[in-house]
Design a protein. Structure first.
Length: 235
């Protein structure tokens, strides 16, 4: 004996409940899409391992980049980088037993200790010209060729090679200049960006030990950790 199809008749109340349930489900789906979880990325690594450079790159590639005011704000940091780089090379020359090819430059290098940025945070034209002259000295170049034997910022050669451009009073750093500038991260820097409709928040934290207490809470709800290591640390 065959069995016919079973039909269930819903009451008005049940049909109304189903419609209401469907509406709620749709609303929840829409809210989920609108409030899609933000993927938190945490950059970790020792100081000068490139974390801040990655943040700058993401800001340039995936957001509106740096504003004119932002770029101008990097001028004093760039000048400081130039001075610190030349000082580091001169100090290394003494340790490595290298001499200036021009004896006059050796005498001029003694004045590096007295150089300091002005009230605007910038070096004078005279100071920049001195740094440029020392950088082009054969002894300085020979020392730079052995930079793996002493500490020197990775962006030093790029910045020093472009020092003539930086001497202009109206100079504004370009994106490439900003990428090569060394700025010690203190505290936490975050950049929000969207890639293929997915929202990300990238955290750059201080790599020094005394900065770690400031960023330990960033581990909360982190979905990925990117550990950075500087290739320049390998000879």
């Amino acid at each position: 004996m065959g069995v016919g199809p079973c039909c269930t008749t819903l009451s008005d109340a049940e049909r109304s409940a189903n419609v209401q349930s469907h509406r709620i489900t749709q609303a929840l789906r829409q809210d989920f899409v609108k409030q899609a979880p933000i993927i938190k990325l945490l950059l970790l690594g020792a100081g000068e391992s490139g974390k801040s450079t990655i943040v700058k790159q993401m800001k340039i590639i995936h957001t509106s980049g740096f504003s004119s005011d932002d770029c101008i704000g990097f001028r004093h940091v760039l000048h400081t980088n130039l001075l610190e780089s030349v000082r580091a090379i001169v100090e290394a020359m003494d340790i490595l037993g290298l001499e200036f090819s021009d004896l006059e430059n050796e005498a001029l290098s003694a004045g590096l200790a007295k150089i300091a940025p002005g009230s605007d945070g910038l070096l004078s034209l005279q100071d920049l010209e001195l740094l440029e002259r020392l950088w082009h000295d054969g002894g300085m170049q020979a020392c730079f060729g052995r930079s793996c034997e002493f500490h020197l910022s990775d962006g030093a050669s790029y910045l020093l090679d472009n020092i003539n451009r930086y001497k202009s009073k109206d100079f504004v750093p370009r994106e490439q200049d900003i990428l090569h500038i060394r700025v010690e991260t203190k505290g936490i820097i975050e950049v929000d960006f969207t890639y293929k409709e997915t929202k990300f928040t990238l955290y750059d934290v201080g790599g020094q030990r005394n900065q770690r207490r400031k960023w330990i809470h960033c581990f909360d709800n982190v979905m990925a950790i990117i550990f950075c290591a500087a290739l320049s640390g390998y000879d």
